[in-house]
Write a protein that binds this ligand. Structure first.
Ligand code: UDP
Length: 312
């Protein structure tokens, strides 16, 4: 896809990742049309974008038919509740936006002759029996557990995106996003990073689930956005992992956040959620090779910026 003056539609534009993507593409001189229904997105995330004449916004649920007048060069489908707490709270909207919303967004891209990008997830690998996870791993997902609403919707979405690519010969990109953090996450989205930072800053107990031996690999938002932008501009026609391979246990994460926040919070243990993946780490060989991408921001630097955001 040519690199300047494109028109890009972003679903989930008022979300954490969506809002950073809108900002990125506007900064590159593209026009951006944002869509969000504000289930988990927030107007504060995009307020500052309205002063850019290249930005427009439609409040809508992408589960329903989307009419967008004029030309579109790309449709980036990022709408979905994305934290385990959110998709437990909104199980049916999560299934619908992953399944019906992906269908509608693909249909829109097809009608416009636009490139389609699906925001997929490391959750397609479930509780993985292979670590790190390469794109060729098929995963270990419980379809009927509490995470199934998200995991299976995203797996269905990948299947549908690939079918549109094969059958309708559309340009399709699939990004499998691993744990990402940074400014504009909601304090109460329930994920480890915002929970631990909020708790550390308030001096209340830091809640580590289980023994805290489970691992995650955390990518800073600016690195993720760079990877996604390169993927949009690439020819990669099958899924690509984007994430930071630096793997830490949740207990280490809690201790690091407590230290960086200068906090004296106690660390307390709470029951491990059902089907909580025990390990997670991206194999990023494909992104390195096809996109010449690798993350640049260290966990500590990213956490410092995020702590500063939560303080403010
Ligand atoms: N977690 C935790 N304490 C919290 C929130 C989460 O120990 O207050 C753990 C959770 O059990 C999981 C990990 O942190 O093992 C990452 O959870 P998160 O919700 O951030 O995202 P996930 O990777 O599970 O989608």
């Amino acid at each position: 896809m040519k690199k300047r003056g494109r028109t890009i539609l972003v679903t989930g534009a008022a979300g954490f990742i969506g809002s950073h993507l809108c900002e990125h593409f506007l900064g590159r001189g593209d026009r951006v049309i944002g869509i969000d229904n504000f289930i988990t997105g927030r107007i504060e995330n995009i307020d500052h974008l309205f002063k850019d004449s290249g930005f427009s916004f439609v409040r809508a649920d992408v589960t329903n038919f989307l009419h967008v007048p004029g030309r579109l060069d790309a449709v980036l489908h990022f709408a979905s509740p994305a934290s385990p707490v959110d998709y437990a709270r909104y199980p049916i909207p999560t299934l619908k936006v992953g399944a019906l919303g992906t269908h509608k967004a693909l249909g829109l891209a097809k009608a416009k002759g636009a490139l389609f990008m699906l925001a997929s997830t490391s959750e397609v690998y479930g509780d993985p029996q292979v670590n790190p996870q390469p794109e060729t791993y098929w995963g270990n997902v419980n379809p009927i557990g509490p995470r199934g609403v998200y995991d299976e919707a995203k797996r269905f979405a990948e299947a549908m995106a690939m079918a549109y690519q094969r059958y309708h010969r559309m340009q399709v990109r699939i990004v499998r996003i691993f744990n990402t953090f940074g400014p504009r996450m909601r304090k109460r989205d329930g994920r480890a990073v915002p929970n631990f930072i909020t708790q550390a800053l308030r001096g209340t107990p830091i809640t580590v689930f289980g023994k805290g031996r489970q691992t995650r690999s955390l990518c800073y938002i600016s690195d993720l956005v760079d990877g996604i932008s390169r993927l949009v501009d690439s020819n990669a026609d099958s899924p690509v992992n984007i994430g930071n391979p630096h793997e830490v246990t949740m207990l280490e994460l809690a201790q690091t956040i407590r230290r960086l926040a200068g906090s004296r919070s106690k660390i307390v243990h709470r029951p491990l959620p059902v089907d909580d993946p025990q390990v997670r780490r991206p194999d990023i060989s494909v992104a390195r090779k096809l996109l010449s991408w690798k993350p640049k921001v260290s966990l500590e630097d990213g956490l410092k910026s995020t702590i500063a955001y939560f303080k403010a």
